[in-house]
Write a protein that binds this ligand. Structure first.
Ligand code: TXA
Ligand code: MG
Length: 313
């Protein structure tokens, strides 16, 4: 597909235009508090197929369905007490729940990649909320980046990766969280952390009163779990305290470097800057060295993304 990708804004009737485009089966990128999503009507098979095509994504990877409210979730999935606890505590917000599909759910089977579960999320970003309420239906949306590349946290990132392949991007500034949602599986015996993300594992465990099970990494139900993912074009070296000749250094905490995720060593600020800083350093076309990041709270999700960015490919 080669189209002129429009840049819509909330101020200029962009919500209504974006909702109309979605209703016509077109692809619209929209901001969430985590990253920009690439949205399509989740009931429209052709529209969902166009997402996979625009991203160049392997078609067996299922997508997250975005909803305006937790009440809507019951239309599509078998709700549970655990789902209720987590939805009450964290929706709207950076949490995705994987739940068993109901019969007659009406979602395109391309969204679920033929699984008997679906990933649901109620985003908190006001523009996402307004778009979902206006569209008044389920919106399938992976992160708005070409498959395997760095996620987009600004409309400029979206345009750099997908311009010409999607109808529009709803530009409402940079994403506050900057990391994809945390994914928790609720379809099995015990709640399971499927992907570390913008909501710290510790917060979820506190709400549940029990630890989350973790996956062994062999069971690839999420492409964020593929070893090479979130990857800049340049080589990435982790736990670096200094740049080697020719490298650019991405810092954390007080240090001399080319770009710093958070000079004050704040993990929330580092998460919000992560993908933007990787995009910027990638544009310099040099190998990237990255300073050590503490492995707690959001640091775990940051380290997960960095490990995948550094994985051999
Ligand atoms: O923050 C986010 O989650 C962003 C914004 C746009 O909402 N979306 C996002 O989507 O990161 P995506 O497609 O890049 O990642 C969705 C993840 C994938 O790793 C996918 O495999 C997993 O969710 N997933 C989707 N449905 C699933 C299911 N039924 N079971 C297990 N994992 C599932
Ligand atoms: Mg992604």
């Amino acid at each position: 597909m080669n189209v002129q990708t429009r840049r819509l804004t909330v101020q200029n009737n962009g919500i209504a235009e974006a909702a109309q485009l979605l209703a016509k089966g077109a692809l619209v990128s929209f901001p969430t508090e985590t990253v920009y999503g690439l949205g399509a009507d989740a009931r429209n098979g052709a529209a969902v197929a166009a997402i996979y095509q625009a991203k160049g994504r392997p078609s067996f990877n299922p997508l997250i369905v975005h909803l305006a409210s937790a009440v809507d979730a019951r239309t599509y999935v078998e709700w549970s007490d655990t789902a209720e606890i987590l939805a009450t505590a964290f929706w709207p917000g950076p949490l995705t729940l994987v739940l068993p599909l109901k019969e007659d759910h009406g979602l395109s089977s391309l969204v679920t990649a033929g699984l008997d579960t679906v990933a649901l999320r109620v985003p908190a970003h006001p523009a996402a909320q307004a778009l979902l309420a206006t569209f008044n239906g389920p919106v399938a949306a992976p992160s708005a980046n070409p498959s395997g590349r760095i996620s987009a946290t600004t409309a400029d990132h979206v345009m750099a990766g997908l311009s010409g392949r999607i109808a529009a991007v709803l530009d409402d500034g940079p994403c506050a969280v900057g990391l994809e949602s945390t994914i928790v599986g609720l379809a099995g015996e015990t709640p399971t952390l499927l992907r570390a993300g913008g909501l710290p594992q510790e917060a979820i465990e506190a709400a549940l009163g029990t630890p989350l099970a973790t996956t062994n990494g062999l069971d690839i139900t999420a492409p964020g779990q593929l070893s090479s993912h979130y990857a800049p074009a340049a080589r990435v070296r982790l736990n670096a305290t200094k740049a080697q000749p020719g490298e650019v250094l991405l810092g954390f905490g007080p240090m001399t470097c080319d770009l710093n995720l958070s000079p004050g060593a704040d993990l929330v600020e580092a998460a919000a800057n992560l993908f933007d800083h990787l995009h910027r350093l990638d544009a310099m076309a040099c190998p990237i060295a990255v300073a050590p990041i503490p492995d707690r709270g959001l640091g775990r999700a940051i380290n997960d993304r960095l490990k995948r960015a550094a994985a051999p490919r």
